[in-house]
Design a protein around this ligand. Structure first.
Ligand code: GUN
Length: 291
């Protein structure tokens, strides 16, 4: 009988990362009187977005970061949102700007993301930051892939030469995750809904990153024994249970290590948003690579 996988504690890793960021903020404040500032813009009343935004605000406050949430009504026009973004771009006390997605249908999300100052784009979604990541000169890296990489690097001393399969090709997770794994010297495959023999492709992987947004999609018999599994999915089942994209109960019996849902990648995503705000603070002041 196979041993059970090691369960990767993202909650503990995120708490440690937040504590470290909190210490850095205290040191910056003592030395300069300045405090990094994160500004989140929320348009409308999407319930999941409200929960995320409240959590970001609470955790930023806990580590002593300045934070503000700008709540705009659901009927806000694109021009009004662009004016809000322009005001935040122009405000020197604002280090990080995050416009919560999804946006209401009258607003083109790409146009809004393009309008954010790349140096304040703590989501890492602006074309400049996408290009910087692709060319190996990243400053601001999308939070979920960054958090996943930090968990992997804590677990494994080197990722060099590992076969990594990323399931999902989104601009927010799949593609940047593949870039980061490539930069860590993995052999990377991006699989997606049109991939032939997906179970066979996943079975080759020493590292599996599941980012498809389909509950319990990746089965235990797709996992190579001993592989490391990072589950990015957060899906609500009809019975109210929160599950990932991986069938955890099956995979935990086969994998070498696996992230749970909840308590895996999710907490790292928000911790990395705070980290990116600190990175933007330093980069904007020239004490690090400029964003
Ligand atoms: N909505 C869900 N996840 C995210 C994210 O990472 N960034 C933004 N801006 N909106 C989101």
């Amino acid at each position: 009988m196979a041993e059970q996988a090691r369960i990767i504690d993202g909650k503990a890793a995120a708490a440690a990362l937040r504590a470290q960021i909190g210490q850095e903020i205290a040191a910056i404040k003592a030395a300069t009187g300045l405090v990094p500032g994160l500004h989140v813009v929320l348009v409308g009343e999407d319930p999941a977005s409200r929960v995320y935004v409240n959590s970001k605000e609470k955790l930023a406050a806990e580590i002593g970061m300045n934070s503000a949430v700008h709540r705009l009504p659901a009927e806000t026009s694109e021009a009004e949102l662009l004016a809000k973004v322009a005001a935040l771009n122009a405000d020197d006390s604002v280090d990080g700007i995050l416009v919560q997605l999804p946006l209401p249908p009258q607003i083109d999300a790409d146009r809004v993301i393009d309008a954010i100052d790349p140096a304040k784009d703590v989501d890492g979604f602006h074309l400049v930051n996408v290009g910087r990541l692709a060319s190996g000169r990243a400053t601001l890296i999308p939070c979920t892939p960054l958090g996943s990489m930090l968990l992997l690097k804590q677990l494994l001393p080197s990722l060099a030469g590992l076969e990594a399969v990323v399931i999902g090709r989104s601009a927010i997770v799949g593609k940047p995750m593949a870039q980061l794994l490539l930069q860590a010297d993995c052999t990377v495959t991006i699989a997606h809904s049109r991939t032939k023999d997906l179970p066979g492709v996943v079975r080759r992987a020493d590292l599996v990153v599941a980012a498809v947004g389909r509950p319990l999609f990746v089965k235990g018999d797709w996992i190579k024994p001993g592989a490391t599994v990072i589950d990015v999915g957060i899906n609500r089942l009809p019975d109210g249970r929160l599950v990932g994209d991986v069938d955890f109960a099956e995979a935990v019996a086969v994998a070498g290590a696996i992230t749970p849902v909840p308590g895996g990648v999710g907490p790292m995503t928000i911790a990395c948003l705070l980290r990116n705000t600190l990175t933007a603070f330093h980069a904007r002041r020239g004490d690090g690579a400029r964003a």
